[in-house]
Design a protein around this ligand. Structure first.
Ligand code: HEC
Length: 198
């Protein structure tokens, strides 16, 4: 009869142990291991890791605020004017035909392939008024879009936007724009590609 005695003592021991778990004013609950239950709870749409004020994401690109600033501060890294290689122009043409012709037309004059399906008037970007603009103007416009024009900063890399800007110059030349003089101010490096072996 050894077996029943063992069972009975286990049962009694268990009951005794359980009775210690009864809650009361003198019970101190011991937490075995602090776990996720203790972590601060984050509600849906809530962010407890708000970045400090004035922080920017590491991949942020800070564009100039105005077109004047863009023209003064930004330089086309592929050169402006005669320095621009045929390769850059060809790449710019391909991108222009991908993103811009729908509204601006293959010649840039504003009659896009969307035709009347796009009811908003699209300006002629080859008109003389824009011939004197620096590439930075076009770069910023493509990056940020306009009031009615979508922005292409999300779809294109900065290099690609400079190529498109270079191609716009080609379209302008086709409309009689004088070949822009190379941008000499603050851009000694841009002269180099011409003298370096390809
Ligand atoms: C969905 C139609 C649409 C597409 C696509 C589009 N644009 Fe535009 N674009 C416009 C309209 C409309 C305006 C004038 C209104 C405004 O500024 O938002 C404009 C204005 C511009 C201007 C300023 C012209 C001025 O008179 O100051 C430039 C430069 C320009 N676009 C270049 C581009 C380039 C380059 C692309 C391709 C990367 C492009 N656009 C794609 C509709 C478009």
């Amino acid at each position: 009869m050894k077996f029943p005695i063992t069972s009975v003592s286990i049962l009694l021991g268990g009951l005794f142990a359980l009775s210690a778990c009864k809650e009361g004013p003198n019970v101190t609950k011991v937490q075995y291991m602090p776990d996720m239950a203790d972590a601060p709870t984050v509600k849906a749409q809530e962010n407890i890791l708000n970045p400090p004020e004035h922080s920017v994401t590491i991949n942020a690109i800070l564009y100039p605020e105005t077109y004047e600033q863009a023209e003064a501060e930004l330089r086309n890294p592929f050169g402006e004017g005669p320095q621009v290689s045929d390769e850059v122009k060809a790449k710019g043409k391909k991108l222009f035909e991908t993103y811009c012709v729908v509204c601006h037309g293959a010649d840039g004059k504003g009659k896009g392939t969307l035709g009347d399906a796009y009811p908003i008037p699209v300006p002629d970007i080859t008109r003389p008024e824009l011939h004197g603009k620096k590439d930075g103007f076009f770069f910023l416009r493509i990056s940020k879009g306009g009031e009615l024009m979508p922005s292409y900063g999300y779809a294109t890399s900065p290099h690609e936007r400079w190529w498109i800007a270079s191609y716009i110059r080609e379209l302008q030349k086709a409309q009689g724009a004088p070949a822009a003089a190379p941008a000499t101010d603050a851009q000694p490096d841009a002269q180099q590609p011409q003298t370096q072996p390809k």
